[in-house]
Design a binder for this molecule. Structure first.
Ligand SMILES: Nc1ncnc2c1ncn2[C@@H]1O[C@H](COP(=O)(O)OP(=O)(O)OP(=O)(O)O)[C@@H](O)[C@H]1O
Ligand SMILES: [Mg+2]
Length: 273
């Protein structure tokens, strides 16, 4: 791989106050125990592992939403491990996140048009609202939504449309890196395929780097170039998607694959969707 766009080296991270049961068990134990991962430019990298293995924590640490306890995070060749919020601010535009449930990240009382134009104005990517609206109209076409959704409130859209809005919002500032955390888990199979196909198109047209977190291995296999397998806060296996699924080396990976309720579908299902 060429110089990665984003990488973690020896990353140790966790939460100041662990909550619930975990808090009682281990007051300040880190969640991630020395993680090495990298995402190249234009690469889609999967992060898989059972619930609680630390996937979301890793994603949040990569975006520097939580501060590492040890190790380093580099973005575009710059060590951002110790950056404070002010130093991170210019980078925020370049690294974005698509949420699992766009309903939770979209303001229910704000029309989609505002949700998409506000970031452009806030980050001074558009001189005024009229310019921002023109840019957003072009963006909607790109994500396959009719311009009518600009006037809609989030609850007036279908789940698939809402996730397209979530994707549109994550790319409106033309980032280089996008973290996608379980972005299709709430959708039915055919809507999942459409959303993933869109993600693939954007990857190609914008040469986006994507970290794709999912517990659904058939989805990961279909969209990811490379995959990291996580268990209990460490990476247990890493490899090119096809190789890893065809010949998993680690028993944990094999168990994850065996746990898929249906036989692994045709890995090309997405390109036929
Ligand atoms: N905000 C938080 N505060 C304290 N502990 C947390 C917080 N978020 C997660 N944890 C703990 O960190 C560990 C890893 O959680 P994380 O959400 O990263 O796992 P995950 O792999 O994303 O799981 P899932 O597949 O269920 O989303 C868990 O033990 C969890 O309880
Ligand atoms: Mg998670």
């Amino acid at each position: 791989m060429a110089e990665p766009l984003i990488e973690a080296r020896g990353l140790v991270a966790g939460y100041a106050g662990r909550r619930g049961l975990a808090a009682r068990r281990s007051a300040s134990a880190p969640v991630l125990h020395g993680i090495d991962v990298a995402v190249g430019r234009g690469e889609v990298v999967g992060i898989v592992g059972e619930s609680g293995s630390g996937k979301t924590t890793l994603g949040r640490a990569l975006l520097r939403l939580i501060a590492p306890l040890a190790g380093a995070i580099r973005f575009d060749g710059v060590d951002i491990t110790g950056f404070d919020e002010a130093a991170l601010r210019p980078l925020r535009r370049r690294m974005q996140m698509i949420f699992q449930d766009p309903m939770l990240s979209l303001n229910p009382r704000r029309r989609i048009g505002r949700a998409l134009t506000d970031p452009l104005l806030l980050h001074r990517r558009a001189a005024n609202r009229r310019v921002a609206e023109r840019m957003v109209t072009a963006l909607l076409e790109r994500v396959g939504l009719p311009t009518a959704v600009l006037q809609c409130y989030p609850h007036e859209l279908s789940g698939g449309q809402r996730q397209r809005v979530g994707i549109a919002r994550s790319i409106v500032l033309e980032p280089e890196f996008v973290l996608a955390d379980e972005i299709v888990s709430g959708l039915d199979a055919s809507t999942q395929a459409q959303v993933l196909k869109l993600l693939g198109e954007l990857k190609r047209s914008m040469s986006l780097s994507i970290a794709f977190i999912s517990h659904d291995l058939s989805v990961v296999r279909a969209v990811c170039d490379r995959v990291y397998v996580m268990a209990q806060g460490v990476i247990v296996e890493e490899g090119a998607s096809d190789a890893l699924f065809q010949a998993p080396r680690h028993a944990y990976t094999r168990a994850l694959i065996d746990a898929i309720p249906l036989p692994v579908p045709d890995p090309n299902w997405l390109s036929q969707a």
